[in-house]
Design a protein around this ligand. Structure first.
Ligand code: HEM
Ligand code: HEM
Length: 184
């Protein structure tokens, strides 16, 4: 029996690359929200001291994966599974907006602060002498955390919507993102 991995999306299923990006990012989001949760609720605990130093690096990783995901979704734009309904279309749009705006604001504030930034031990920003760039740090201070927690609520809503569909027997929704890897 022939069975091969479909890299590209189809009208029936997300392909291996889209699925890989979706679940890899879901894992990284779980990690980054553990870091923010520990920082917010258990400041200075051992868990906070372990997770918080990874926050910016994982945030940059999420931003990089998002760029790949957007490029890949454009490559596949004519063959992706259609949105289940208008709410799903709007919800996914908001998730993309949050996935972009939050790390972007974090990185903008980081740049504006003038402090050097390394991620996973690699230099990303060299920093600069002199005063910080106020509008950049102000934007980050005003919106990074706020939008970060808003996205957390949207993600809970997204997962709840999937569970709701499955509870009504509409398993196809989960199947098209879980995928069997085999050609349909
Ligand atoms: C998708 C990626 C990201 C998410 C979901 C996220 C989420 C969050 C959240 C929810 C908070 C609030 C924590 C609290 O209330 O204690 C926070 C704080 C913070 N984040 Fe991020 N973040 C991301 C990426 C980044 C990046 C790329 C940077 C910098 C390079 C960054 C730097 C910071 C800093 C310095 C704080 C503490 C200051 C503050 O509360 O605004 N984050 N982040
Ligand atoms: C346990 C966690 C998660 C589950 C069970 C899950 C499940 C799913 C499922 C079943 C779909 C397909 C829906 C459809 O075709 O209409 C989907 C799509 C999607 N999910 Fe998730 N998801 C999870 C986490 C996340 C997270 C953390 C994000 C981002 C913050 C996210 C963003 C998206 C987006 C944007 C789509 C639309 C397809 C795309 O463009 O990749 N999901 N998810």
């Amino acid at each position: 029996m022939e069975s091969r991995i479909d890299m590209y999306d189809s009208k029936a299923r997300y392909g291996a690359v889209s699925r890989g990006l979706h679940w890899a990012m879901a894992l990284a989001f779980a990690w980054i929200y553990c870091s923010t949760g520990a920082h917010y609720l258990l400041a200075d605990s051992a868990l906070d001291e372990f997770l918080w130093p990874t926050h910016k690096s994982v945030g940059l990783l999420l931003m990089s994966l998002l760029v790949l995901r957007v490029i890949w979704s454009l490559v596949n734009r004519h063959r992706r599974p259609p949105s289940f309904n208008l709410a799903a279309r709007l919800g996914h749009g908001l998730l993309y907006a949050g996935m972009f705006a939050i790390p972007f604001l974090g990185l903008l504030r980081q740049y504006g602060s003038g402090r050097a930034f390394t991620a996973f031990g690699l230099p990303v920003m060299s920093g600069f002498e002199g005063p910080k760039i106020q509008w950049m740090t102000d934007l980050g201070n005003s919106f990074h955390s706020l939008l970060g927690w808003t996205l957390a609520v949207l993600i809970v809503g997204h997962v709840a919507a999937v569970i709701l569909h499955c509870s009504k027997g509409q398993w196809e929704i989960l199947r098209r993102m879980a995928g069997s890897g085999a050609k349909a």
